[in-house]
Design a protein around this ligand. Structure first.
Ligand code: NI
Length: 164
């Protein structure tokens, strides 16, 4: 790292990735197991499939951009996984791999292999991508009549972001 200010900015960026990962797992934990097969409409992916897809996106991004940190990319991108604990475990692993990939490239002062102007942009891209699917998951739950209320989401999602 070039300076003390750079390292404190990097710590803040990594902290936001950690918060994103925590909020996503917290969202998963708010969903009753039977609601993992909710969809926005017939033919849309299930809630479970969207979580699998987010894990897949992280894993393929690491493989393509920092293969030294890659793990096993799932064969099925949109797998319907019925076990929420398994989804949480996968997301835990991919969250760590993404983090390691970015930190590793920054420490080595190397760009990512394929995409992104700067390694940090991988974190920002994935945070954006996951926010997008977060909204879709909330819509799917609403369509299936098992919506998460703002009172439930507040402390474990929004406050995770805003907490000091
Ligand atoms: Ni997507």
């Amino acid at each position: 790292m070039a300076s003390e200010q750079d390292s404190s900015l990097l710590a803040a960026v990594l902290d936001s990735w950690d918060r994103n990962c925590r909020a996503l797992i917290n969202l998963l934990r708010l969903i009753p197991a039977h609601a993992l097969d909710a969809r926005v409409r017939e033919g849309s992916p299930t809630v479970s499939q969207m979580f699998s897809h987010m894990h897949h996106e992280r894993m393929i991004s690491v493989l393509e951009n920092a293969p030294e940190c890659a793990g096993e990319v799932p064969e099925e991108e949109w797998k319907h996984e019925a076990d929420p604990d398994r989804l949480a475990e996968l997301l835990g692993e991919s969250g760590r791999r993404v983090r390691d990939a970015v930190v590793g490239r920054l420490e080595a002062n190397r760009p990512l292999d394929r995409d992104y102007a700067h390694p940090i942009q991988l974190l920002q891209f994935l945070t954006f991508h996951e926010g997008y699917h977060h909204g879709q998951i909330r819509s799917a739950l609403r369509s299936a009549g098992c919506q998460i209320t703002d009172d439930e989401a507040g402390p474990v999602i929004w406050d995770v972001w805003k907490g000091r």
